[in-house]
Design a protein. Structure first.
Length: 447
């Protein structure tokens, strides 16, 4: 790669519109409207490492997946992603923050039907408590708008209620945030703030029935044993809740086991809530208390622009109108390509790509997943598995033909059961970057 091409690549990262204009103007010397051609294609090909068979479909201002910034380094001074070093965790997880610890799972590590605990993402907001010495003695309190406040041990939860095991997606509310332009505040997740594990526990609804929720109990408030980063014991790290209807869904579980093993401390063990389909922050870890409230909860994480989407689109950076926000509840539809990995090089002469992936859609199911290898001109429908149970993800597979050696991008796009598809780029910008679910794109080089 020549010096000039390298700096063009840098320009692409910083200012794709200008980089694109440069490439295009080399041929036409005029406006950059239309398609990339001639010298522009050659320069782009040199950057991505091969001829681009479908270059005529590349739109202006397009940043190739080969050097789109998909895993931003946590520390700007470090080149490339910072990898996680944590007992029991895969070394391929990418650290987005170390105080509190936040780590995501690159898409290619989400290739298992059930995400192994070793590959499951981590999102702490405060300091986790010490691992419980006697898990079954862990106590959960239910109080507030109930007839009979209760305190129950984990041991009694296991004994007195009917356990069930469900495979369900847990996804951080900020998943996809890193795709927003301009940058939104918070951890710059790509698609890896999600995983799908087997969770064992009891329905929260069954326990709430014992306590007898009064008609005035319309919202929950969750509290856990982690402490505030400041060290101030009076400050609460995170306290979110949900409308009573979601709390009462049979799949909203008090969980003590993950993938058949006692729930690890890092994932909220010995006891956590899993509120599937909704932003991960309502799946409280190290849970100690659920208070029933007679109004929407207002704990840390519930107010301002926290876990909120805009009602009408806003101009990035404009003054925030509190009336224009609503709480993020169900997560939007998403698909990922889990094989091959982004940047895979295949032998010359390869004419078929064997693809695998996953897709999910919050409270909904996925109706279809489509794949394009020609920058979106044509789409092919993937084979899509049904979910094993409600809130499970749906794995997909597809074999696609390619006409020649060169640089390809594989794009995946899922559509939910209400007919909503993933957008081309992150849409509906909001200050804290929720709801970003653009197509997943990977680069593949043949020859
Ligand atoms: N007590 C407590 N629960 C919590 C959090 C937390 O910081 N403290 N983080 C939440 C967020 S934002 C997410 S995305 C999930 C992450 O769960 P995991 O670390 O097991 O992947 O836990 C949620 N539950
Ligand atoms: Mo999260």
């Amino acid at each position: 790669m020549t010096k000039r091409e390298r700096s063009l690549e840098e320009l692409y990262r910083d200012d794709p519109e200008r980089a694109d204009a440069l490439l295009y103007n080399r041929k036409t010397g005029t406006s950059r409207r239309g398609f990339l051609g001639g010298a522009g294609v050659a320069a782009m090909g040199a950057m991505v490492g091969g001829a681009i068979p479908f270059s005529q479909n590349m739109p202006a201002g397009f940043v190739p997946a080969a050097f789109a910034q998909t895993t931003p380094p946590a520390a700007p001074e470090k080149k490339g992603p910072q990898l996680l070093d944590f007992p029991g965790k895969d070394k391929g997880l990418v650290v987005l923050g170390d105080r509190p610890l936040v780590a995501e799972t690159p898409e290619a590590l989400l290739d298992d039907d059930t995400t192994p605990t070793s590959k499951f993402f981590i999102r702490h907001n405060g300091n986790p408590p010490a691992a419980a010495a006697a898990p079954d003695a862990w106590k959960l309190t239910i109080d507030g708008e109930v007839n009979k406040p209760l305190e129950i041990s984990l041991g009694d939860l296991k004994k007195n209620y009917k356990p069930q095991t469900l495979r369900m997606v847990l996804e951080c509310g900020g998943n996809g945030r890193g795709f927003f332009s301009p940058t939104a505040r918070g951890n710059q997740w790509t698609n890896g703030g999600a995983g799908c594990a087997e969770w064992t526990g009891v329905s929260l609804a069954d326990v709430l029935k014992t306590a007898g929720v009064k008609p005035s109990g319309i919202y929950t408030a969750n509290y856990g044993a982690d402490t505030h980063l400041s060290g101030d014991p009076k400050q609460v790290t995170l306290s979110r809740g949900v409308r009573i209807a979601k709390a009462m869904e049979p799949q909203t579980l008090l969980v003590w086991a993950m993938n058949g093993k006692p729930l690890e401390n890092v994932h909220g063990g010995p006891l956590r809530l899993i509120t599937p389909g909704w932003a991960g922050s309502v799946s409280h870890k190290w849970i100690t208390k659920i208070t029933l409230r007679d109004k929407e909860h207002d704990g840390p994480g519930m107010t301002g622009t926290n876990y909120r989407l805009t009602i009408n689109p806003m101009v990035p950076g404009a003054k925030e109108d509190p009336k224009n926000f609503r709480i993020l509840e169900s997560m939007p539809v998403r698909s990922i390509i889990t094989a091959p990995a982004n940047g895979t090089k295949l032998a010359a002469g390869t004419r078929e790509l064997k693809l695998r992936g996953a897709s999910w859609a919050g409270d909904l199911t996925v109706k279809q997943v489509e794949v394009s290898v020609d920058f979106g001109q044509t789409w092919v429908r993937a084979n899509l598995n049904p979910p094993k149970n409600k809130f499970d993800w749906q794995r997909w597979t597809l074999s696609v033909k390619v006409p020649s050696d060169g640089y390809y991008e594989v794009w995946s796009k899922a559509t939910d059961s209400n007919g909503r598809a993933q957008p081309h780029v992150a849409a509906n910008w909001n200050p804290q970057g929720y709801g970003s679910n653009p197509f997943h794109r990977i680069a593949v080089l043949i020859g």
